[in-house]
Design a protein around this ligand. Sequence first.
Ligand SMILES: Nc1ncnc2c1ncn2[C@@H]1O[C@H](COP(=O)(O)OP(=O)(O)OP(=O)(O)O)[C@@H](O)[C@H]1O
Ligand SMILES: [Mg+2]
Length: 370
Amino acid sequence: MTVAIEMGHTTAGAPATLDLEELLATRLLVQGNSGSGKSHLLRRLLEQSAPWVQQTIIDPEGDFVALTDRFGHLLIDAEDHTERGLQVAGERARIHRVSTVLNLEGLDAENQMRRAAAFLGGLFEVDRDHWYPMLVVVDEAQLFAPAVAGEVSDEARKLSLGAMTNLMCRGRKRGLAGVIATQRLAKLAKNVAAEASNFLMGRTFLDIDMARAADLLGMERRQAEAFRDLERGQFMALGPALSRRPLGLRIGRTDTTPRNATPRLMPLPEAKLDARAIILAAPPPENNRPQRRSSPDLLGQLMAAKTAALEIRPEAVEQPLSAEKLAERRERARRHGGTRRGIPCYWRPLSGVRGPLPNRGPRFGSAGPG
Ligand SMILES: Nc1ncnc2c1ncn2[C@@H]1O[C@H](COP(=O)(O)OP(=O)(O)OP(=O)(O)O)[C@@H](O)[C@H]1O
Ligand SMILES: [Mg+2]
């Protein structure tokens, strides 16, 4: 069965379609700078394909929450669930074939990565009886599959990158079709980007991103320069589910809207304010603000470490010998032939070290203390 999803119109005015069956087997990468219209494009794809295929959206900004009202997707606020809970939720979503939006808004980067990885893990690990086709859309994919280590822990990065690699490299047999969007191709892990065979390239300005795009699409770098001239909502399509030759298209309108619309220019208020008095008024009392986690008690830790160090018994240091004892030892050592200039090696002070060395056994000299 061929299901043609209408994405919009080509620059020549013909309907621009996407073959859903083919997409399931060949995945999609969407790239374009901020504001180029990637999330709008994903929304169009999700809305048009919702009646045909189960979907899940990994949504770092809460942009796709409106799909829950209009198309019945289950909204999962990742903030309210543990990693284990999300993994099980992922498995159950596949077993019961429920479309979902995983809203990661409000979490820090580390937790966004961990929880997305847990949920994707659940989708991936489900028993083979439930390997039905499913679109897995990841917006801002560079957050979950970064090309280089960032400020998050190595463990979180490994989990998230592993889940994204599984989705894009090993998901097809399990029915998972990855659709990923990124602002910066150069920031997305290469192995994750390379597994998509379909591309929708939007407005791109940086040379480094254009070079990556040209490499991926097998274009001359000169040709990729055309991505600079694309308008918001315009994309260049290429791939088995889209077009065998690069094709310019404009994405059509959507039924739902993002929660956070782009702020529009508005005239500034005309009324004159006493800006100094308002902006620099005394701040409200501290306890009205969210509690900050107290900084670690560094002084206490240092004191504890010092006490522990004092409790370690120092090595026994030999007391200096009396003149008589010293003469007696020299004589004994001379008789055994183990001295240099009459002083046992063991006793020779090193330069800069005053008094006898701590007793470290025979390693320090062939002649023992006798
Ligand atoms: N084809 C289109 N038709 C009408 N409006 C569009 C179209 N594409 C994008 N827009 C509008 O342009 C704005 C920016 O689009 P969008 O949020 O999709 O950009 P983005 O590429 O996802 O940016 P970011 O990377 O910052 O998330 C939105 O208000 C969106 O509704
Ligand atoms: Mg977006």
